[in-house]
Every structure is written in structure tokens, then in C-alpha cells.
Design a protein around this ligand. Structure first.
Ligand SMILES: [Zn+2]
Length: 271
């Protein structure tokens, strides 16, 4: 595996890799019998495509769970990418600004060889095809199904892979971390219904791993139902009043907490 001494990679199920950039941003690689799927692209400080090609010789498709800056960084490494119709127009955006803070302040392990933080940009990506509710991605011997799960972003999708029981939730389910319902694209009223969709997938399938863009593969799918109930309570203002917390570049947000679950919400997301 060519991690470029930058990525942390783990094969958490056969032919199924989580690749983590700077300890915070996850990408996934699913290898089938006919082709492979590279899901999300992190920041693009490393070359995710190079990593994928060091694991498999099969053709590799690139699909995004949503178009936030920290998921699109490697998309330009492919000729074209698959994305939800609501994310189509976003691929041409210049996302470099989102990354600037990170590359300028990073103090962890050295950047990959040849990487120059001063000239770093995230080049725009090319739209290839729509990926949306009801679609299936057949890799040969394993298939992923797609659901529209807006809330964190209007272009958010979730995917369930049937052979290894892997549920990819984009940034929707983050066990152990606050749900990000304070980002500019978040809509609180859509979060609960989308989490219920995922809860149904977990009820009808043997989900072994719940994955997200920012947490490690999580082995207990019951967290989804608990999270759905929690977010419903947040939306219905049934919980104790939130704490005001300073959330870095997002300013002051409302922090809700119930047991091990947390969510950051702002007024923009309540509209
Ligand atoms: Zn996101």
C-alpha cells in the first residue's frame, strides 16, 4: 500500500479500506472482482489515486458522499467523478481556501515528499455522472446501493455495501463526535428523516460497520436509531437548553448533549 508516509490505511473488512488523512479525514476504497470504488477524496495533500492504484489494478471509479471541501481534494485526480445531482455545480468551485488554514498550521507528521504548502490548491473536478437514491454500483461480487440522505448537505448520499455489511454515511453518523449541524449547508429538519432512512437500512440488513468521513468504522449500528431519536428531540426542542460553545471558524454554536451523543447546531440550520 502506497501511503506516501502520509495516509493511515486500514483494511477493516476484506477488500475494504479506510484511508485517513491527517488523522481527521476519511476516504474509502472498495475492491470488487471487476472494478473498485474510491469514495471521497479528503484534502488532496496526498495522492489518493496513487494509493488506490497501489492496492488494485482494476479500473477505479471515484464517487463523493457530498461536496464539502474536505471530501473533494482528490476528485481532480480522476477524469470525471460521480456525485449527487445537487452537488453537480459545486465541483467547479475553488475549495482551496478551506484547506489553507490546515496546511498553514499543520504540526503533525511531515507532508508527503514534494508537497509545497505555499502553492497548494484543490483543483476543480469534472462532473461525470449522477449518483442518487435507488442507484446501485456493481463492483463484481459486491454491490453498493445509494440513498439520498440530505441534512448535512443537500448533496449528501449514503451507501450500503452488501458483502461486508458496510454502511457509509458521509458525515451524517459520527459516533463519538458532535454532529455538524452548524455548517452552512446543514438543515436540521432533514437530519432526523435521513437518520431514519439509515436506521431502516440497518434494520433490514446485517450492517457490520457504520462509517463516516471523520470517525473510525463503528461496529454497533444501534447508534443510528439512538442518534435519530436524539436529533428529533433537538429539532422538537425537547432537550435541556443547549450550551453555547465556541466552535472555531463556525463561531458560537448551540451544543446539545444526551449521554454519549452530541450535536452542534446554529440558527442557520434551523431555517
Ligand atoms: Zn461534510
Amino acid at each position: 500500500m502506497d501511503t506516501q508516509n502520509w495516509y493511515d490505511a486500514q483494511e477493516f473488512a476484506p477488500g475494504t479500506y479506510q484511508v485517513t488523512e491527517a488523522g481527521r479525514w476519511n476516504m474509502f476504497l472498495f475492491v470488487g472482482e471487476k472494478k473498485a470504488l474510491a469514495l471521497d477524496g479528503g484534502l488532496g495533500v496526498g495522492s489518493f489515486r496513487k494509493f488506490c492504484e497501489s492496492v488494485t489494478d482494476l479500473p477505479i471509479e471515484h464517487v463523493l458522499t457530498h461536496t464539502h471541501w474536505d471530501h473533494v481534494g482528490a476528485a481532480h485526480e480522476w477524469d470525471a467523478v460521480g456525485v449527487h445531482p445537487n452537488g453537480k455545480e459545486k465541483l467547479a468551485n475553488d475549495y482551496s481556501a478551506g484547506c489553507k488554514d490546515f496546511v498553514e498550521t499543520w504540526e503533525g507528521k511531515p507532508f508527503p515528499e514534494g508537497f509545497d504548502p505555499a502553492s497548494f490548491t484543490i483543483p476543480p473536478a469534472i462532473f461525470g455522472w449522477e449518483v442518487k437514491e435507488g442507484d446501485t454500483i456493481d463492483l463484481g461480487g459486491r454491490t453498493l446501493r445509494v440513498w439520498d440522505t440530505p441534512g448535512h448537505s443537500p448533496c449528501s448520499i449514503s451507501l450500503y455495501e452488501d458483502r461486508e455489511g458496510v454502511l457509509i454515511t458521509g458525515d451524517l453518523v459520527k459516533p463519538g463526535q458532535p454532529l455538524f449541524i452548524q455548517v452552512p449547508t446543514a438543515v436540521l429538519s432533514q437530519y432526523g428523516p435521513s437518520l431514519r432512512v439509515l436506521e431502516k437500512i440497518a434494520a433490514e440488513n446485517e450492517v457490520k460497520w457504520v462509517c463516516s468521513g471523520h470517525t473510525d468504522p463503528f461496529g454497533d449500528p444501534s447508534v443510528i436509531g439512538r442518534m435519530a431519536a436524539f436529533v428529533d428531540d433537538v429539532a422538537a426542542a425537547k432537550l435541556d437548553p443547549p450550551k453555547k460553545v465556541e466552535a472555531g471558524k463556525w463561531g458560537v454554536v448551540d451544543e446539545y448533549e444526551a449521554g454519549d451523543l452530541k450535536a452542534w447546531v446554529n440558527d442557520n440550520a434551523r431555517k
